[in-house]
Design a protein around this ligand. Structure first.
Ligand code: SF4
Length: 156
């Protein structure tokens, strides 16, 4: 998938705000306290118009935290089996609230994450295997007609 140029060349402003996974612009909000800094996303962020969000933190989870996976049942469990589904749903709803308040139509999210992943996510057994599916926030944004890209898509 490629991102059409108008989505990224239009000047920043209220109408052109886009969400970005906070970890992609260098915020250390990942489960292990690190970031997923992506140079292209950082460049876009510095130009303005990207709103960094971390749905897991918005859902009340601490950093660092245990890694999680979406199970076939739909539950979101940590590696030690703690059910954090409610946190994920809360974080997704809070993120959607931000998107709606700003009229966001596009989001650039972290690939493969159980929150932010789009199209492919890690499977439920904590192996590195990928399965078809969306993270919790990616699914909610798509349901609300917000286009979701990842840092692996052709940006710019
Ligand atoms: S929830 Fe999304 S923004 Fe937060 S650390 Fe995970 S991938 Fe990054």
């Amino acid at each position: 998938m490629s991102i059409s140029s108008w989505e990224f060349k239009s000047p920043p402003g209220h109408k052109n705000m886009k969400l970005v996974s906070a970890c992609l612009v260098g915020i250390k909000c990942r489960y292990d306290g690190k970031s997923n800094l992506n140079r292209k996303c950082l460049k876009l962020f510095k130009k303005g118009g990207l709103i960094p969000v971390c749905p897991e933190q918005l859902g009340g989870l601490s950093t660092p935290r245990e890694p999680v996976r979406i199970q076939k049942s739909g539950l979101v469990l940590t590696e030690l089996g703690k059910d954090v589904t409610k946190n994920f749903i809360k974080g997704a709803k809070e993120t959607l609230k931000i998107a709606k308040a700003l009229g966001v139509k596009v989001a650039i999210l972290k690939a493969r994450s159980p929150s932010c992943g789009s199209g492919l996510i890690y499977d439920g057994d904590f192996s590195k295997k990928l399965v078809k599916g969306n993270g919790i926030i990616a699914a909610l944004l798509k349901k609300n007609k917000i286009r979701v890209y990842t840092e692996l898509d052709e940006v710019l």
